[in-house]
Design a binder for this molecule. Structure first.
Ligand SMILES: [Zn+2]
Length: 76
């Protein structure tokens, strides 16, 4: 689906967020990541410590003004 920037109306482009949790030299990211989201009251599971996610986030970048927006994609 095509979307336009709410600031300047330029067509948004899909981008991937690069994880910099584990920095490589010169602050470059080490891996692509698929961001996800959970409910505010979600708690890590007892054994695996995994937080149950409700879906993923898709990043869209405005190539003109740089505004970046996330769109939720529910898991089911
Ligand atoms: Zn823009």
């Amino acid at each position: 689906m095509k979307r336009n920037c709410p600031e300047c109306a330029t067509e948004l482009q899909p981008v991937r967020v690069i994880d910099a949790t584990h920095d490589l030299p010169r602050k470059t990211g080490g891996a692509h990541v698929d961001l996800s989201y959970a409910s505010l009251d979600a708690k890590p599971s007892f054994f695996m410590k995994a937080i149950p996610r409700e879906g993923t986030l898709r990043a869209m970048l405005c190539p003109d003004c740089g505004r970046t927006l996330f769109y939720a994609q529910p898991a089911n």
